[in-house]
Design a protein around this ligand. Structure first.
Ligand SMILES: O=P(O)(O)OC[C@H]1O[C@H](O[C@H]2O[C@H](CO)[C@@H](O)[C@H](O)[C@H]2O)[C@H](O)[C@@H](O)[C@@H]1O
Length: 241
């Protein structure tokens, strides 16, 4: 797979994943950080694109706001269950936290029995983290499977050292397609850059639509182009800006 072409600010709409793409993966999900210079370049690119830049993430939009402050940006959070088309607009939520109350309670036992497993509660999604305890991968997957048994309204997904659950019906591809229907994205050619299995929905959508699909890292992908890691992403964004 080859390097992606530079972004054309007059033609492209840019969708960028967060963890593993804009910021390096670390043990503590709250400890991620972007370099101030990289953030300034992202803002410059957003301006050059006429605002047609969005962050598409499994994170909550409120968390993305905190990590990327003071930048304001369009975003799809929690894999599209949260959406903000305009940087200063309101965040729309397609589900509430109560839908996971029963799962939250059922995960309590396994979490008490395995204190090295960490729960991230995103309201409309629950994540079991095992990056610092890789031997507990199967335990985490089993706990999630048992806690969600019979719940056909929920989707369990494996990510990078995580197993996550959220309501069905949305993924990053659908989130991107929805954003492409509105200004300032509509009429532009989509560019998507992401590293994880959950990004494959968006990468496939973009490839099928004739856009620029960019995989970060060396995992299998439907993407047409590849960048080696977070540093390479920032070099490419800088060259484009
Ligand atoms: O869609 P993304 O922006 O890539 O978000 C996916 C998940 O990212 C976070 O977890 C990942 O990053 C953590 C910090 O580097 C790392 O500790 C973890 O192992 C990774 O899976 C986030 O905590 C999740 O909620 C997101 O779904």
């Amino acid at each position: 797979m080859s390097l992606p072409p530079l972004i054309d600010p007059h033609r492209h709409a840019v969708f960028v994943d967060f963890d593993g793409t804009l910021v390096e993966l670390v043990d503590d999900p709250q400890a991620v950080a972007i370099a101030p210079a990289a953030l300034e370049r992202l803002e410059a690119l957003q301006a050059a694109l006429g605002g047609a830049l969005a962050v598409v993430s499994g994170r909550r939009i409120a968390d993305l706001d905190r990590f990327l402050a003071p930048m304001r940006f369009a975003a799809a959070g929690v894999h599209g269950l949260e959406r903000r088309v305009r940087p200063d607009g309101a965040t729309e939520r397609l589900a509430g936290p109560e839908v996971l109350d029963d799962v939250r309670e059922k995960l309590g036992g396994p979490l008490r029995d395995n204190p090295r497993l960490k729960l991230e509660d995103k309201g409309t999604a629950l994540v079991l983290h095992y990056r610092t305890a890789p031997d507990l991968k199967a335990v985490a997957e089993r706990a999630m499977a048992e806690a969600t048994a019979g719940r056909h309204d929920l989707n369990v997904m494996n990510g990078d050292n995580i197993v996550e659950v959220h309501p069905t019906g949305m993924d990053k591809g659908k989130a991107l397609a929805a954003m492409m229907r509105d200004a300032p994205f509509a009429g532009r050619v989509p560019v998507y850059v992401g590293d994880d299995t959950t990004d494959e929905f968006a990468l496939k959508h973009v490839r099928d639509a004739g856009g620029v699909s960019v995989k970060v890292g060396d995992k299998r992908s439907v993407a047409e182009f590849r960048l080696a890691g977070v540093a390479a992403v920032h070099r490419w964004l800088a060259a484009s800006a």
